[in-house]
Write a protein that binds this ligand. Structure first.
Ligand code: ATP
Ligand code: LTN
Length: 335
């Protein structure tokens, strides 16, 4: 279908996916694969901007492909690719970087945070250049929609600035992507501290439910979830714990919060937490089964990445040769 609009989004192959990632991002992406030409990049080149273990990166990349497929990103309907497989991301980043004011990169929140967090005192230039590479990821595919979380807003704005600057400096080349931050979509909070978002970097790991947690661990985490004073099961501002549990219950079952409130009137907090845990176990079981069935099948995972790379490279080469022409590079010889 050539006239379908393009969706592109990427994630770093670091850490394990959790319920927040699933409800807030991956499940929404899975809902787009029938209507859009979707490219989902696993950005391994971004992942080396912070200290890391090569063997771990390789393993995480494969696990991420397996997890995405298990979560419904059907490789027959979308393109899953590894950033490092595609010629064009770093090439375009170089060109965009030559248009990007240094000061704008130095002012990026993520750069400031991560460069200060770096305890060894070493800050690689890649960390500063990260947002330019991200702009290249997006512009290379002329994406119509780039679904990202709120934390990526500043990076997306830089991408827009660079697209506009390129178009003005040379001539109309890039589609300027809109900032596409879903307002809806469950914002899942930590089970231990519902004032904060569920996050893999949470100091209290009991607050974070991973997609691959065994049922016993999921039940334990929900059992120890903090609730609020009182006994009512209602979503209300002064009841952040119960509101979060209702939110998770609703996201896991597809039933509305109102319906769940009505159904659970009079149920004790303890029993309610067990019900939510069971709903999450039921939701995650088939995902975990699909993950286990594929994660050790290297041939299949490599095949998925090869298919993704083929589709992505086709688009990338097209954009890259156009960009090379516009900036005045001479025609590439056939070699
Ligand atoms: P970190 O633990 O380092 O903060 P993270 O767990 O927030 O990372 P990211 O890799 O930054 O995960 O996010 C991947 C995607 O998941 C983003 O689109 C982000 O908006 C979404 N996401 C992350 N946490 C939540 C959450 N608690 N609720 C809803 N969406 C979330
Ligand atoms: N910086 C993003 C990951 C990312 C991305 C992208 C997202 C890299 N390139 C292009 C969307 C489009 C993050 O850390 N979540």
């Amino acid at each position: 279908m050539p006239d379908r609009k393009t969706v592109l989004t990427c994630a770093q192959p670091t850490g394990q996916l959790h319920l927040g990632n699933y409800f807030g991002a991956i499940r929404n992406w899975a809902n787009m694969i029938d209507d859009y030409e979707c490219f989902f990049g696993i950005v391994d080149q971004h992942a080396i901007t912070m200290p890391y273990e090569p063997a771990e990166l390789r393993k995480s990349t494969y696990r991420m492909v397996a997890a995405y497929v298990a979560c419904g990103l059907d490789p027959a309907k979308c393109h899953l690719f590894a950033q490092s497989h595609i010629i064009g991301h770093t090439e375009l980043a170089w060109i965009l970087g030559c248009l990007c004011p240094l000061g704008q990169l130095e002012r990026m929140t993520q750069y400031k945070e991560k460069s200060q967090r770096e305890n060894a005192g070493f800050v690689g230039s890649g960390l500063l250049y990260y947002p330019v590479l991200m702009a290249a990821d997006i512009l290379l595919y002329n994406a119509d929609r780039v679904p990202v979380g709120e934390d990526q807003k500043q990076h997306l704005e830089l991408c827009r600035d660079l697209a506009i600057k390129f178009n003005n400096t040379y001539s109309e080349t890039f589609r300027v992507p809109s900032v596409d931050i879903p307002k809806t979509g469950a914002r899942i909070r930590s089970l231990q501290d519902p004032e904060r978002k569920m996050s893999k970097s949470d100091a209290n790991q009991n607050g974070c439910v991973y997609l691959l947690d065994p049922p016993a661990v999921i039940r334990k985490k929900f059992k120890s979830a903090v609730t609020d004073s009182g006994r009512e099961i209602v979503a209300r501002e002064d009841k952040p714990g119960i509101s979060n549990l209702l939110n998770i219950y609703s996201a896991a079952t597809g039933r509305s919060i109102e319906k769940l409130e009505a159904e659970n009137a009079g149920v004790s907090y303890g029993d309610f937490k067990s019900k939510v845990a069971e709903a999450v176990v039921d939701l995650l079981s088939p995902i975990q089964e699909r993950f286990e069935a594929i994660v050790n099948d290297k041939d299949q995972l490599n095949g998925i990445l090869a298919e993704g790379a083929k589709a992505a490279q086709k688009v990338a080469f097209k954009t890259l040769s156009k960009v090379h022409r516009k900036v005045g590079f001479v025609e590439r010889p056939r070699i």
